[in-house]
Design a protein around this ligand. Sequence first.
Ligand SMILES: *Cc1c(COP(=O)(O)O)cnc(C)c1O
Length: 358
Amino acid sequence: MPRPLVATIHLAALQHNLAVAKSHAPRSKAWAVVKANAYGHGLERAMRTFSDADGLALIEVDGAVRLREWGWTKPILLLEGFFDSADLPVCAAHGIQFAVHCNEQIDMIEKANLQAPVYVHLKLNSGMNRLGFAPDSLRAAHARLSGIAAVSSVTLMTHFANADDSGNAGLPLAEQVRRFEQATMGLPGQRSVANSATVLEHAELAADWVRPGIMLYGGTPGGRSAEAFGLKPAMSLESEIIGIQHIAAGEAVGYGSRFIAAKPMTIGVVACGYADGYPRHAPNGTPIMVDGHRTGLAGRVSMDMITVDLTDIPSARVGSKVELWGNKLPIDEVATAAGTIGYELMCALAPRVRVIEQ
Ligand SMILES: *Cc1c(COP(=O)(O)O)cnc(C)c1O
């Protein structure tokens, strides 16, 4: 028998969440963002399930080529562009669109002498100070790209740091919007600015293309309730109780004896650990469902096991069902308790975890 730990990917939820994204931005085309193995949900599976998307966006060129080999004929976008000039003929041959965020990339396109057309997404650094051209250098970059015969279209893109927290004093959303509008004013081409937070909370900024990621998987940016946005969890991580200990007051549980029982307790051992993607830094009390009841972590997360408080769940026994996250326990809630975000938990799902789809 395999280990009882299993991740279930809910295909209907993925489709539903894409429909929610499209309903927020009905006049925009939608890139379904499938980077990081579709946020842990499986790239090939996501491709099959997101057939209603207008394009798929990811990071790696080899993943993009695989999407073509698996039969995706609609647009594909490399969100960070290419990393090496050897990728350029590959992008041209497969019709893989790519971001251009620095002059070094333009140098490579100029030198590549491409035979097939390429479709570029010129990225503005509107204040996040990660990738992109500074506002005062965008027009020169646009002119250089427009002068390259193989460049068929230039879409204007930027990425928002705080769409889920628009008043953030470090960089208000409105300031990024202002910089984008000013830097791109009068330039031809489509616009692409909106991640999930923008789609969900500032749909008026949707523009020609939106780029939802986390919302497609039933999570939200900024720890808001996905359910309140009508999103459905696309990943459930479930396991079973594989052992039970009845301990006296004062007994300690697990490595480092981080949890010490204040009273007589029942402790359940769950087949799931940090080597499966469960966050090792999850504190005591991190929520977990056992046999339909909500309880909490008791003791440090081990490589292959976690320990949970079963004292108030008398029905629990070896073999009882455990939900680490999923339909009854939102992944964002577990992430918040563990000091991280749902994105990280999804992406960290380890290759050794059995995945089934439903
Ligand atoms: C990851 C990413 C997105 C999607 O972000 P979410 O917060 O998951 O919706 C959109 N655009 C770019 C450039 C990205 O890198």
